[in-house]
Design a protein around this ligand. Structure first.
Ligand code: OTN
Length: 451
């Protein structure tokens, strides 16, 4: 049964807006470093079982300044450190468990990795955030309501003792099977603490204010909507009322590549703004394994373009070695990545160009013509919607005027959002035409850049 008129539904969906925190992350800090560091670094595991002896954790050459310098060389703006992974070992001087740095030989049990990483970020102008695994395989309280108190105490220590936090990361991983200890997490309580102590922080989770892209391979879905059903991203405020039609979303999961498409949101009882994060490790594993190599520069660069350049953020993991330093091969790959990003996107060829808005095929299908000051070899077209007012564009085409004065089709794409980078074949042209072919409401394009 139709509940609401379709154009009204589309208009409402097109006016679902980001919070100031989400807008800041998308526009100021879209590219940041994950740092996976725990007893797994010394055991070679990816999921520690919580029985590890704290005595194995001893980064004798810990150098968080080297981490920060390498992260900055890639052009990243922040760092998210695994303060506690699934093994329950705490990388800070917590009051609430002995399974922590207090029983590590590092600095005779007085070491605090969170402190050293946060201070290095401050020295190098990086934002700092942390990952606090809800799943804890060491804590005997796990699986009971008392665990929520334990977890909130740990969360409060991290939220109040390490300066400004830009991103809090709640991993959804939990390997306890049906016969294991299933924990009912007090996410409302966790979020209340974050809003109280770090109101500017975004929250990563499948249902977070920043939601999971849906895979760890860096493969972002082709269409990337930040406007999604609250039923799937419940940590966000509902901004619309009522579905388009009665139906169920029980068949849809957060990682569904079509989570924001009309075919899904039409059933939602309320839409929210929840952009996605692509999280991927620079190597096959999240933790350091000496036999592994960093991924190719091409793969990392393409992941950057299809995340930061696809209405999402990019959280690229670098795992420290047992001695506490980044592997020189990772440091070199990060430097190469930063140099390539700078080479490809530091000069906007549209500076000083003439931009003309043409009526196109109707109010939701305008055309934008860009006339450069002179003919250039074009490799990328970057578009941005005025995302603080909402996300609207569903599809567009790009044309370059050829030597015969004809518009030659260069690219077809879907969503734009906070930023879309369209890669084209290198083409000599002076005139570019962007034709919006489908939009949920009158498009509001904030910028077009040409590289
Ligand atoms: O084994 N896993 O838990 C796993 C394998 C492949 C991809 C993801 C996962 S865990 C997964 O991690 C995501 C972040 O990368 C989110 O936290 C999901 O909630 C979690 O299930």
């Amino acid at each position: 049964m139709v509940i609401i008129e379709f154009t009204e539904f589309l208009k409402n969906a097109a006016h679902v807006k980001p919070t100031p925190q989400q807008l800041a992350l998308l526009r100021e800090t879209p590219f940041y470093a994950f740092v996976h560091f725990s007893p797994n670094t010394y055991t070679g595991l990816e999921w520690g079982d919580g029985t590890e002896d704290p005595a194995i954790f001893n980064p004798t050459e810990l150098d968080c300044d080297q981490w920060a310098q390498a992260i900055k060389s890639a052009g990243m703006q922040g760092m998210v450190l695994t303060a506690k992974h699934h093994d329950g070992f705490c990388l800070w001087q917590t009051e609430y468990t002995e399974h922590s740095m207090k029983n590590s030989p590092y600095k005779d049990g007085k070491g605090d990795i969170v402190r050293e990483a946060a201070d290095a970020c401050k020295r190098h102008g990086l934002k700092f955030g942390f990952y606090l695994s809800p799943w804890d395989r060491n804590c005997p309280l796990y699986g009971t309501d008392e665990y929520n108190t334990y977890y909130k105490n740990q969360l409060t220590e991290l939220l109040t003792n390490y300066g400004e936090i830009f991103h809090v990361w709640f991993d959804g991983a939990c390997g306890e099977g049906p016969n294991g200890k299933k924990q009912v997490y007090d996410f409302d309580g966790y979020i209340e603490l974050i809003k109280k102590h770090q109101p500017n922080a975004t929250i990563f989770n499948d249902a977070g204010t920043i939601r999971w892209i849906g895979n760890e391979a860096g493969k972002a879905p082709y269409a990337q909507w930040a406007v999604v059903p609250q039923e799937l991203c419940f940590m966000n405020e509902k901004q619309t009322e009522g579905p388009l039609v009665e139906g169920s979303l029980d068949f849809v999961y957060n990682s569904d590549i079509n989570i924001g498409s009309i075919s899904n949101i039409m059933y939602s009882k309320g839409l929210v703004f929840a952009p996605a994060e692509t999280d991927m490790s620079i190597r096959p594993g999240w933790f350091y394994h000496p036999e592994e190599e960093p991924h190719s520069l091409e793969r990392l660069f393409n992941t950057y373009v299809t995340s930061v350049g696809n209405n999402a953020t990019f959280n690229l993991n670098i795992p420290p070695m047992p001695n506490g330093k980044f592997d020189p091969r990772d440091v070199e790959r990060l430097k190469e990545l930063g140099e390539l990003i700078s080479k490809e996107f530091s000069t906007n060829l549209a500076e000083g160009s003439t931009v003309t808005i043409l009526p196109g095929y109707g109010p939701t299908q305008p055309e934008i013509q860009v006339t450069l000051k002179k003919k250039q070899t074009i490799k990328y077209v970057e578009l941005a919607e005025n995302i603080k007012e909402g996300q609207r564009v569903e599809a567009f085409d790009v044309f370059f005027k050829d030597s015969h004065g004809q518009w030659a089709h260069a690219a077809r794409d879907t969503t734009i959002g906070s930023r879309k980078i369209v890669k084209t074949d290198p083409t000599e042209a002076q005139e570019i035409l962007v034709r919006i072919t489908s939009s949920r409401y009158v498009p509001d394009i904030e910028w077009i850049k040409i590289y």
